[in-house]
Design a protein around this ligand. Structure first.
Ligand SMILES: NC(=O)c1ccc[n+]([C@@H]2O[C@H](COP(=O)([O-])OP(=O)(O)OC[C@H]3O[C@@H](n4cnc5c(N)ncnc54)[C@H](OP(=O)(O)O)[C@@H]3O)[C@@H](O)[C@H]2O)c1
Length: 248
């Protein structure tokens, strides 16, 4: 018996990294899991095969989260395919934007980042609310930089994650009467293709983490599963830091 037997979850950006680990961890607790991706179709199908090997239903959906209409449509497609939706995990995000005042701003990239990291999350939540049952779960992956910028070059990304967190607090208030919880996970530095532990940024990041190491995607996924579970029924509007002490 899993904590999430009979539940249906969607994890955006589930083709690799924290999203894939979260999808697999939700499936370990018995949930049927849909994942989305923008371009990594083969990677997404490999994750689906791994999910199905755990004995749950799974599917991958291409949906570019830079487009709010696609983000909302994804939610409806998942509910149609699986018959319902219980858990929304907003994970897909992009980084970048450059060093403010030093590097020329790429406004198109900054706008796209805001769309992927914030605007489309709002669209997905709006689409999910009428579909979620009372007691449904919304978990969004933010970043430790939303609270503590920590180092240079993160201003645009930090702004999107702070917006995500503000929206999540407001949504928690609005949806509490239905028992739908809305929470945020703040990862620190996690070894993924988006931020490899052997990449050039590691020497900047590592001194800021009390534990002096990168996290593993599975360490973030454990928090996602807790917040998605019935055991977290009195947790809403919260930020769960899983950051190796970055904020300590
Ligand atoms: N890794 C870290 O150190 C770290 C730290 C703090 C917070 N986070 C947060 O954790 C989450 C996951 O990060 P990660 O490091 O696992 O990322 P990642 O390795 O770069 O993977 C990103 C995932 O998002 C998908 N994605 C990207 N753009 C998309 C779009 N426009 N539409 C739909 N899907 C899209 C990617 O699929 P495609 O390949 O198909 O595009 C992929 O599945 C993000 O919210 C990130 O901000 C990460």
């Amino acid at each position: 018996m899993g904590k999430l037997d009979g539940k249906v979850a969607i994890v955006t950006g589930g083709s690799r990294g924290i999203g894939a680990a979260s999808a697999l961890a939700l499936a370990d607790e018995g949930a049927d899991v849909a994942i989305s991706y923008s371009s990594s179709a083969e990677r997404a199908e490999a994750v689906v095969a791994d999910l199905e090997a755990k004995g749950v239903r799974a599917a991958a959906f291409q949906a570019d989260q830079a487009d709010a209409a696609q983000a909302a449509g994804l939610i409806r497609r998942v509910a149609e395919r699986f018959g319902k939706l219980d858990i929304l995990v907003n994970n897909a995000a992009v980084g970048g934007g450059g060093l403010l005042g030093v590097e020329p701003a790429d406004q198109a990239a900054i706008d796209r980042q805001l769309a992927v990291n914030y605007t489309s999350v709002v669209a997905a939540v709006q689409a999910a609310v009428p579909l979620l049952p009372d007691g449904g779960r919304i978990v969004s992956i933010s970043s430790g930089v939303a609270t503590r910028a920590g180092f240079q070059g993160m201003a645009y990304y930090t702004g999107t994650k702070a917006a995500l967190e503000g929206f999540s607090r407001g949504a928690a208030r609005d949806l509490a009467h239905r028992g739908i919880t809305v929470n945020v996970v703040q990862p620190g530095f996690v070894d993924t293709e988006g931020n490899p532990a052997d990449g050039p940024a590691a020497s900047v990041f590592l001194p800021t983490a009390a534990m002096g190491r990168y996290g593993r995607p599975e360490e973030i996924a454990a928090g996602v599963v807790f917040l998605a579970s019935p055991q977290a029924s009195y947790v809403t509007g919260a930020v769960l830091r899983i950051d190796g002490g970055y904020a300590a």
